[in-house]
Each structure stands twice: as C-alpha cells, then as structure tokens.
Design a protein around this ligand. Structure first.
Ligand code: SAM
Length: 288
C-alpha cells in the first residue's frame, strides 16, 4: 500500500465495479491510506455489503488469509511493491536512513519485536557479518561487523554510519552510493525478514489468483529481483529435475506463464521525475 500511489492509479481504472485490497505492515501507511482513499470507499457495483477499497494491516506472508477473509479470493491481480516507502525512509525517527540521525530502529511495523539496535548490540560478530554480507552484499562485511562490535552500544543511525565509515578504507568507498548504504540495507532486510516475506508472499499470491490472473512485482535491488526471477522460472516449468536426469521424477507442473521475459525498467523520463525509481524492476507472470 505505502503512500497509495499505485492503489490510486489502479482504483481510477477499476472503479466503479472493481475492488481493491491494500495490505501494509506499517500501521501509519494503513491509516494514511484509509484517509487518502476515502473518496473511493463506496460500494462495489451490485454488491450491497462490499466496499470497493479494503485496507488491512498485515504482511505479504499473510496475503492468503487476508484475501480470503475479505472476499478477494480468487483475485485478478496481485501487485507487490517491495521495500521501503519514501515516507519511512525520510522519517529520521524510523531509523532507516544514514542521512539524518535517529534511533537504530528500522522496523516497518513498530510493534515488531526486533530492532536494528537489538541486532547490532546483541548478536555475535559472525551473525552481524553474515547479515551485512548476505543481505547487504557488502564485501567489507567482516571489518564492518568487527568495528560495530568494538563500538557497542550503538544507539543511533549516526553511530552505525560512523562505524561503517571507520571500518572501510577511504580508498574503497563506493563512488555511486553512500559507504553505509549496503550495511543499512542488510540490517533492514534482517530486521523485517524481507526475503522470507517475499517468498511467502509470492507463494500466497499464486494460491490467491484466478487462472489467467496476473502477479506483478516491483523490486529495488538484486536480492529481491533474484527471488522473483527464480520463483517465476521454477513455477513456469513442467519439470524441475536436474538436467542430467533422463526421466522426470519430480512431477512438477507449471503454474505460471512469464509475461516479462526481461524485467521492465523505468524510462529516463520516469527517473527524471522520480529519481528513487532508478533501480526498480517490474516483472509480471500469469497464472495458468
Ligand atoms: C515501496 S513502498 C510502496 C509504495 C506504494 N506502492 C505507493 O504507490 O505509494 C513499500 C511498502 O510496503 C510495505 N511492506 C514492505 N514489506 C512488507 C511486508 N512483508 N508486508 C506488508 N507490507 C510490507 C512497507 O511498509 C511500505 O509501506
């Protein structure tokens, strides 16, 4: 749901008559969307008790049950827009950004139990290194983890950014992104179990769609995009046995047809008007 930009565009095209279910794990986004989309909250055509817009606080992994409980199964379209909203990123109090000082939080849902501070101050150095290497794709992960542990307790985003700046030799600082970007990304993904959520969400979407219905995903970095690509690849094949195996034993049957062979990238024009769209990639698949 986020700031309801896509939701508004979709509602403009499907109402009257169509219905939209919006899900976000951030209660602030849910509240803002309920207010922002109030003008669409009428009844769907011919359905006395069915609102055109339903907005629910929940996670991608809960899509199956949320959709069924609210009468949206089977659905024509599921759109995932992964990652953070600008609203979350720009609010220092949420602790996502190295640009402004704030608490080391990074939870998309402020009621979730684990914060970035819990991880950097309580986890052992190997676990911190793993998170930064695997989810941040930071090749200096070991040194960054060591510097973090040596400086504990870290309280603010500035403390974390300073640990990263001290750990990575100046000559190795990337030119195109901030030196802290990868570390912050890694921690954020771990705090919110973002990759587990995407996998579970894609599976739930497959169960929720009607045959001929489509799922569309917007990814912002390679870890997200890789998960979608491999899910689409596996689900679009009739057999997933190893290629050297002469006879199929897996019994797997294709459930999806890939619509976008290559991911759709934003145009120069779109990037100029919305620079944060720069790294986005859209993929679409149709349920068989
Ligand atoms: C990029 S923003 C969406 C922006 C939105 N499409 C718009 O047009 O304004 C991503 C949103 O997804 C939410 N989100 C991320 N992971 C989630 C998850 N696993 N379950 C539910 N919401 C999630 C975030 O809280 C954030 O508000």
């Amino acid at each position: 749901m986020g700031q309801a930009g896509h939701a508004r565009q979709i509602l403009e095209r499907i109402t009257p008559g169509g219905r939209l279910l919006g899900i976000d794990r951030d209660p602030n986004a849910v509240e803002a969307a309920r207010v922002g989309l109030a003008q669409y909250a009428g009844r769907a055509q011919g359905a006395l008790n069915t609102s055109q817009v339903v907005i629910v606080h929940g996670r991608f992994s809960e899509l199956g049950s949320i959709s069924a409980q609210n009468g949206f199964t089977p659905a024509d379209l599921v759109l995932f827009d992964f990652g953070l909203s600008s609203h979350q990123l720009d609010d220092p109090e949420r602790g996502f950004s190295f640009r402004a000082e704030g608490p080391l939080d990074m939870r998309m849902d402020p009621a979730a139990p684990v914060t970035a501070a819990t991880i950097v101050n309580k986890s052992d150095v190997r676990e911190i290194e793993r998170i930064i290497r695997e989810y941040g794709e930071e090749r200096w992960a070991r040194r960054v983890a060591q510097y973090i542990v040596a400086r504990r307790p870290l309280r603010t985003t500035r403390d974390l950014a300073e640990a990263v700046e001290a750990a990575i030799p100046r000559a190795a600082w990337p030119r195109d992104i901030n030196v802290s970007t990868r570390t912050f990304q890694g921690l954020r993904i771990a705090v919110n179990d973002e990759l587990g959520e995407i996998e579970a969400g894609l599976r739930a979407a497959l169960m929720t769609l009607k045959p001929g219905g489509r799922m569309a995903t917007i990814s912002f970095h390679s870890l997200e995009d890789r998960l979608v690509k491999s899910f689409f690849n596996v689900e679009s094949k009739d057999c997933i046995c190893p290629p050297q195996q002469p006879v199929c034993t897996c019994g797997h049957r294709a459930t999806l047809r890939i619509v976008t062979r290559r991911p759709v990238r934003p145009s120069e024009e779109e990037i100029a008007s919305n620079p944060r769209a720069r790294s986005s990639r859209l993929r679409v698949a149709e349920k068989l």
